[in-house]
Design a protein around this ligand. Structure first.
Ligand SMILES: NC(=O)c1ccc[n+]([C@@H]2O[C@H](COP(=O)([O-])OP(=O)(O)OC[C@H]3O[C@@H](n4cnc5c(N)ncnc54)[C@H](OP(=O)(O)O)[C@@H]3O)[C@@H](O)[C@H]2O)c1
Length: 268
């Protein structure tokens, strides 16, 4: 497919090895027609999912094993997609992680990695795919933010701020690209039943007891993307959150966010 051949269109999903990204990959393999490119660090999980989706749906599914926390990873990812003879028609920036801890106690490399993955790689990937989407007059970008992005989050100070960035950045891009045929949606899940909570150390929190399934989040996110909605808060319980944040004093909202993620017991 290299050289002068017209590239086939592809959907690139970061963080496709588990949770919301895996659910998105399954739903897009079933309901859409483009080739899929699954990206994460866990080669074994990606290969198993890719072979299952190829068998079930007869679709081209490629795997790219990459650590998106590394500087320059976004450029390397897009070069590898191009080398496969694929053009990115849909980008799903889903890979991300959070840490439930006081900021002063966090390891510097985890802070750096979180900002690099949640913000920098996401931004660079958007920048890398938009020219091709503009040239084709069509494209879709889903950026997975969080309800944590609507207000300050004690114990998730950096994570919440990275998700505020994703939310604001995505809304601005959606406005800029309005009229270019490019849909950009920020998906804001509330607590979702994935590995996120074990990675974050989110044990025994109130938030972790009110979980949606990753399949529900993926379904709502895709529906919003296809309808051209700029922001979607998934999960019925989470829907009023942006309104509360606007109506209540900021200090009250910050306190409430802290209560939701306060660890009530240590892991066994
Ligand atoms: N679960 C929730 O409650 C919740 C709520 C709001 C928003 N979100 C957001 O939803 C998104 C998906 O998270 P999830 O809940 O599905 O959690 P998850 O199951 O832990 O999935 C995270 C995905 O990101 C990938 N990833 C992590 N670090 C990476 C790195 N350095 N390079 C490449 N890929 C990396 C992981 O794969 P590897 O480990 O194989 O690399 C995995 O596929 C995240 O952006 C998260 O912030 C989650």
């Amino acid at each position: 497919m290299q050289g002068s051949a017209t590239p086939s269109l592809a959907t690139v999903i970061t963080g496709a090895s588990s949770g919301i990204g895996e659910a998105l990959a399954r739903q897009m393999a079933r309901d859409e027609r483009q080739a899929l490119v699954l990206v994460a660090r866990s080669a074994d999980k990606l290969e198993a999912l890719a072979s299952e989706l190829r068998q079930a749906h007869g679709r081209q599914v490629e795997v790219i094993v990459l650590d998106l926390e590394q500087p320059g990873a976004a450029g390397r990812l897009l070069a590898r997609v191009a080398a496969l003879g694929l053009a990115v028609d849909t980008l799903v920036n889903n890979a991300g992680f959070g840490l439930n801890d006081s900021f002063a106690d966090m390891a510097p490399d985890r802070i750096q990695g979180m900002m690099q993955l949640n913000m920098v790689a996401l931004t660079e990937l958007c920048h890398g795919v938009l020219p091709g989407m503009r040239a084709r007059g069509f494209g879709r970008i889903m950026n997975v933010a969080s309800v944590a992005g609507f207000q300050a989050c004690p114990r998730f100070a950096v994570y919440g701020a990275t998700k505020s960035y994703v939310l604001m950045f995505s809304e601005a891009l959606a406005a800029e690209e309005n009229g270019n045929g490019i849909r950009i949606t920020a998906v804001c899940p509330g607590a979702t039943d994935t590995a996120f909570h074990s990675v974050a150390g989110n044990h025994g929190t109130l938030a972790a007891r009110l979980m949606d399934s990753p399949e529900t989040v993926a379904r709502s996110g895709l529906r919003a993307l296809n309808r051209g909605r700029r922001v979607i808060v998934t999960g019925l319980l989470n829907k009023p959150l942006p309104l509360f944040v606007r109506l209540l004093p900021r200090a009250v909202v910050t306190w409430m966010a802290g209560v939701l993620v306060k660890r009530e017991k240590q892991p066994a």
